[in-house]
Design a protein around this ligand. Structure first.
Ligand code: 5GP
Length: 176
């Protein structure tokens, strides 16, 4: 991976500050019921871990998995569930936590999937959002940062499994 040129676009301190703001909003708008925080693996794992620790609510943690990218950097356009929840969310408030909304297909697929389980509500949070890459309308309740339509890595996001551990977000300059 040494051949890839990474340009940092979001610093660790900016991420920390923004997460505190989002967590405050989520905490404020709570119905008072227990929240089921659903992280979408693998990309959201750092955002998820940092966000839930700033939310001051009773919470159950669970995860799901969806895949549309494979090992490539282009979406296949088809979304598959690779891991389902282990907790019942019927009648519960759910917070769906994603790494990035690009085409919007994964977020919409997961919202529909969660809706089949009859939760009381589903609120969505995405660490990153690429508005110009959207292929279908997709509403997100809490967005960390809007970014350009570039391929990014770090803070959970990978390129072929690499770079997830970076504490900042970087644009990959020489993808092809
Ligand atoms: P969608 O196109 O369905 O909105 O995005 C689905 C998934 O594609 C995201 O959850 C993420 O795993 C991956 N993805 C989209 N854009 C990027 C990007 O710029 N970098 C990386 N590493 N993954 C991305």
């Amino acid at each position: 991976m040494e051949h890839l040129k990474l340009s940092p676009i979001i610093a660790e301190e900016q991420i920390k500050k923004r997460i505190k703001e989002i967590a405050k909003d989520i905490t404020k708008s709570s119905s008072g019921k227990t929240l089921v925080a659903v992280g979408v693996l693998k990309g959201s794992f750092l955002f998820y871990a940092d966000l839930i620790r700033e939310i001051g609510l009773d919470m159950i943690c669970d995860f799901c998995g969806a895949s549309s990218y494979g090992d490539d950097s282009k979406s296949s356009g088809e979304v598959h569930l690779t891991l389902d929840l282990q907790t019942s969310i019927t009648g519960k408030d759910v917070l769906l936590i994603e790494d990035i909304v690009d085409t919007g297909l994964t977020m919409n697929f997961l919202k529909k999937h969660l809706a089949t389980k009859n939760p009381a509500s589903v609120t969505t949070a995405s660490f990153l959002f690429k508005p110009s890459a959207l292929k279908e309308e997709c509403s997100i309740d809490h967005v960390g940062f809007e970014i350009e339509n570039d391929f990014v890595v770090g803070y959970g996001l990978d390129y072929q499994g690499h770079f997830r551990q970076l504490p900042y977000v970087a644009r990959v300059e020489n993808m092809n």
